[in-house]
Design a protein around this ligand. Structure first.
Ligand SMILES: Cc1cc2nc3c(=O)[nH]c(=O)nc-3n(C[C@H](O)[C@H](O)[C@H](O)COP(=O)(O)OP(=O)(O)OC[C@H]3O[C@@H](n4cnc5c(N)ncnc54)[C@H](O)[C@@H]3O)c2cc1C
Length: 423
């Protein structure tokens, strides 16, 4: 089993990026983290004529942005009914619309910057794991149409084979707006696009501290200091203690992926006739799709930890995927890897500021589109091209019992398994 990220193997040559070996001495904005958030923000700032450096502790794009399932679907991690209950209908409509706009934004960026990343808008289908889950789909679809103006199509069990080659699910809900791409190619393309606009890319440059200096900042790294007027923290699930007060606002959850060898075309057409993105309705969600070269990509959260052994993860995920698609027993699974999601306690993404330092984070499993969107939104706010964002207006709470280590995750994992059992 190869425990490197399959997507990154497809980058050729990865070294096409102009990486700066040295830190500039000063910039207008220094961005910490080179995933979708940091690079999308850099894109807007550079377009507005600012000098920008993006720093990453590892290679460019090596966080969740090159490790994910590549599925862009409408909605946020938090349930839209709950969003309406907490923030009211106006905000719910604004958040929903932004999640749809976020997919269109990916589309626009890919077109404008000519990023080759296998982007296809073939839609997605969410799958009812239990009859009770399917029973809730109608009310949800009707409400979305009435209140959000968004159409989803109910797929009864009798028609599910039009969407997916299994009878394991009790029905589905399909959505034509969604899309899929090759995430490592996308983040690599974003990095290339910002470098072309003059942004300095520094990899293997960990920021150890951010020091306030007369209304500006100094970033401390082993390669030296970087003076900057403004700082953006775009570290999401990889956030550590660099900025006091930030870590308690986000915690990391592991997500794991298993990929098969390329499957014969007739089997691909049987398993996914419309080349949809899929996820199921469990608390312990599984998400899956075919890659553009016809492999089955199967993802799950395992035990929520970020350090499960990757062979153990592969065994668990293989068991799951072969339960749904027994014919896959006959094929090899070649790659098993993991990455870290950033989760907030209210399950909402946030844009914020701590002591003059800007941040955007907390996308759950929706960061492909939402991180692109919030990075862009943050750039627009910082350059005065926008004067508000709903993601900035909602309060961003932490919990008194969490400062550094998410000790509660094993308990949460047990609770979610219980919910999957009783729901
Ligand atoms: C396995 C997996 C599957 C997923 N599937 C999907 C999916 O199908 N669809 C979807 O929408 N979302 C998915 N996601 C979520 C999505 O990938 C993330 O939300 C998104 O990539 C976050 O982007 P980001 O730029 O905020 O953070 P990241 O891409 O994680 O980048 C953060 C960067 O910060 C750097 N960093 C941290 N600390 C420092 C420091 N002190 N100094 C310098 N650099 C630092 C890290 O090295 C890292 O590169 C998935 C995530 C995972 C892990």
């Amino acid at each position: 089993m190869i425990t490197d990220v399959f997507w990154s193997e497809q980058l050729s040559p990865k070294s096409g990026l102009p990486i700066s070996e040295q830190l500039p001495s000063s910039v207008d904005v220094a961005i910490v983290g080179s995933g979708y958030t940091g690079l999308s923000c850099a894109r807007v700032l550079a377009n507005a004529g600012m000098s920008v450096a993006v720093l990453d502790q590892n290679s460019i794009g090596s966080g969740a942005s090159s490790r994910n399932g590549g599925m862009a679907t409408p909605g946020l991690k938090q349930d839209i009914f709950k969003i309406k209950k907490v923030y009211g209908m106006k905000y719910a409509q604004e958040f929903w619309k932004s999640s749809v706009d976020a997919i269109d934004l990916i589309d626009a960026i890919i077109k404008e910057d000519k990023i080759e990343c296998d982007w296809e808008r073939n839609g997605h289908c969410s799958l009812a794991f239990k009859q009770s889950h399917f029973d809730g789909f109608s009310e949800y679809a009707d409400w979305l149409e009435k209140e959000m103006g968004h159409n989803k199509l109910i797929v009864p069990k009798g028609k599910i084979r039009e969407e997916i080659g299994t009878d394991s699910y009790y029905g589905g809900l399909s959505d034509e707006l969604s899309g899929g791409l090759q995430p490592a190619k996308y983040v690599h393309g974003l990095a290339k696009a910002v470098a072309d606009r003059g942004v300095v890319l520094c990899e293997h440059t960990r920021v150890d501290a951010v020091i306030e200096n007369n209304g500006a900042f100094i970033l401390k790294t082993k390669k030296g200091d970087l003076a900057t007027k403004k700082v953006v923290i775009a570290t999401n699930g990889y956030t550590d203690l660099m900025v006091p007060g930030l870590k308690p606002k986000v915690f990391s959850v592991g997500s794991y992926i298993l990929v098969s060898e390329p499957l014969p075309l007739d089997l691909q057409n049987k398993l996914s006739p419309k080349r949809r993105m899929f996820y199921d309705s469990k608390w312990f969600i599984n998400y899956f799709r075919l890659t553009s070269d016809g492999r089955m990509l199967w993802g799950g959260r395992n035990d929520l930890s970020t350090n499960l052994d990757l062979d153990e993860s592969a065994a668990i995920l293989k068991d799951e995927v072969c339960t749904i698609f027994p014919e896959l027993h006959d094929y090899n699974f070649t790659h098993s890897w993991t990455g870290k999601l950033g989760i907030t306690f209210d399950l909402m993404p946030h844009i914020g500021e701590i002591n003059g330092i800007h941040y955007a984070l907390g996308y759950g499993g929706h960061g492909l589109s939402i991180a692109t969107y919030l990075g862009t939104e943050l750039g627009l706010l910082m350059t005065g091209q926008k004067d508000r964002s709903p993601y900035q207006e909602i309060s961003h709470q932490t919990m008194f019992f969490y400062r550094k280590n998410p000790w509660f995750l094993p308990f949460a994992a047990k609770y979610f398994r219980f919910l999957d059992w009783i729901s």
